[in-house]
Ligand binder design. Structure first.
Ligand SMILES: Cc1cc2nc3c(=O)[nH]c(=O)nc-3n(C[C@H](O)[C@H](O)[C@H](O)COP(=O)(O)OP(=O)(O)OC[C@H]3O[C@@H](n4cnc5c(N)ncnc54)[C@H](O)[C@@H]3O)c2cc1C
Length: 365
């Protein structure tokens, strides 16, 4: 059975929990509010499945084919403005739903915490659009996805690279009707910090929160990580990298332990498609940057090619050299360096030091 010696050995993908037919595994929060598996030995029959599906214990062999890379964006401008980069996710999701399929992805719940759900109707895709910089809770969605796969439905499962590897390991076999899309992922910050930040905003803004975007493009364009809190009475909080949560996220002080030694940052992903911001676009294809968002679209498999063929009339697309394209996006292959003050930061957080003070103490030089 799964036994964690080091927190870095668990990415929180929930594959072990989903596979355990005895319900012997619960996901329990640590003091930073990251979830880890806990075994109930009264139920465990020592079948070893939890170890077998762990994507960290069973690292995937990397393919040697060079993936295809493109600069791309959705030609529907409003959808692109509502997405983090080029608005490709929504097109892929739409294609799957139009073929009577199911799409799994990350949404904000009623408390603005992030979890994975499935959607079956096109208007519901909007809930999944946009990057949410907190770890998403997978819950039982791998099990749900398998049920639909066994019924023969098309399934698109989207998420961070660890979540996609977790799903694939959990399924234990290939399915022709499964499509997967991961991201170039910097890392996922602690829910504890996010909850504290939500409380902090609530106290200051004192209004009913309706929506959050981490990548609002209306004022500063695509490049600037503009954070938007939209309230019921048309009030808004708008800030960018000067916002305290964004400072915490971008300083790498509050990411999950496993993010500092991520096993899924690699060139050859197990997903069919990898999506990212095309950060190097100005040096490679400046004409593809109109500041409304350009995606780096990476095709990892024949199924990925198939999806691209089916959406290509709805996107502007230019093929680029893969190695060149990932040069300015280090998160493709490299884990962030652990901030040496991370533990003290969390101890202060536990002791109720306020976020602005924490940022002043640990982040502002
Ligand atoms: C935590 C995180 C870190 C990222 N780090 C980088 C980076 O370092 N470099 C880079 O180039 N791109 C990064 N991205 C990806 C990038 O921001 C865009 O999501 C990607 O380019 C797709 O954009 P889009 O416009 O096509 O679609 P969008 O509509 O913006 O993307 C929506 C997709 O993101 C998924 N998603 C959103 N939030 C989460 C979450 N918390 N967990 C799992 N899945 C989620 C949804 O399920 C959906 O599939 C990151 C995304 C996330 C969520």
């Amino acid at each position: 059975m799964i036994e964690l010696k080091n927190k870095k050995d668990c990415c929180g993908c929930y594959a072990c929990k989903n596979v355990c037919s005895r319900n012997a595994i619960s996901m329990v929060e640590d003091e930073k509010e990251f979830k880890y598996p806990k075994i109930n030995y009264n139920y465990c029959i020592n079948c070893g499945l939890c170890e077998k599906v762990c994507p960290i214990i069973n690292e995937s062999k990397e393919d040697t084919d060079i993936p295809l890379a493109y600069a791309a964006f959705n030609i529907d401008e409003q959808t692109r403005m509502n997405s983090s980069s080029g608005g490709l996710f929504s097109l892929i999701a739409e294609y799957i739903l139009n073929n009577n399929g199911i799409v799994f992805g990350a949404i904000f719940d009623e408390n603005f915490l992030v979890k994975h759900i499935k959607v079956e109707k096109i208007p519901e895709i909007s809930k999944m659009m946009g990057s949410k910089y907190i770890q998403s809770n997978i819950g039982e969605t791998y099990k749900e996805a398998r049920k639909y796969l066994n019924e023969g439905k098309l399934v698109l499962y989207t998420g961070t690279p660890c979540q996609i590897e977790g799903l694939k390991k959990y399924l234990m076999r290939d399915y022709d009707n499964l499509y997967t899309q991961d991201l170039i992922c910097h890392g996922v910050p602690s829910k504890k910090v996010w909850k504290k930040y939500l409380d902090y905003r609530k106290n200051i803004d004192n209004d009913i929160l309706e929506n959050i975007s981490f990548r609002n493009k209306e004022n500063r364009g695509w490049n600037e990580y503009e954070l938007l809190f939209k309230y019921k009475n048309s009030n808004k909080y708008i800030n960018h990298i000067e916002d305290i949560y964004m400072k915490i996220f971008l300083s790498d002080i509050a990411l999950r332990d496993s993010c500092y030694d991520c096993k899924f940052k690699k060139k050859h992903r197990v997903s069919d498609i990898t999506l990212a911001d095309f950060w190097g676009i100005n040096s490679i294809l400046p004409e593809m940057n109109d500041e409304k968002g350009t995606s780096l679209l990476i095709i990892n498999s024949l199924k990925g090619k198939d999806i691209l063929n089916n959406i290509k009339d709805k996107i502007k697309l230019e093929q680029v050299n893969f190695e060149e394209a990932i040069k300015q996006n280090p998160s493709m292959i490299k884990s962030p360096k652990e901030n040496e003050k991370r533990e003290s930061f969390f101890i202060d957080l536990e002791n109720n030091v306020e976020l602005p003070e924490l940022v002043e103490k640990y982040i502002v030089k």
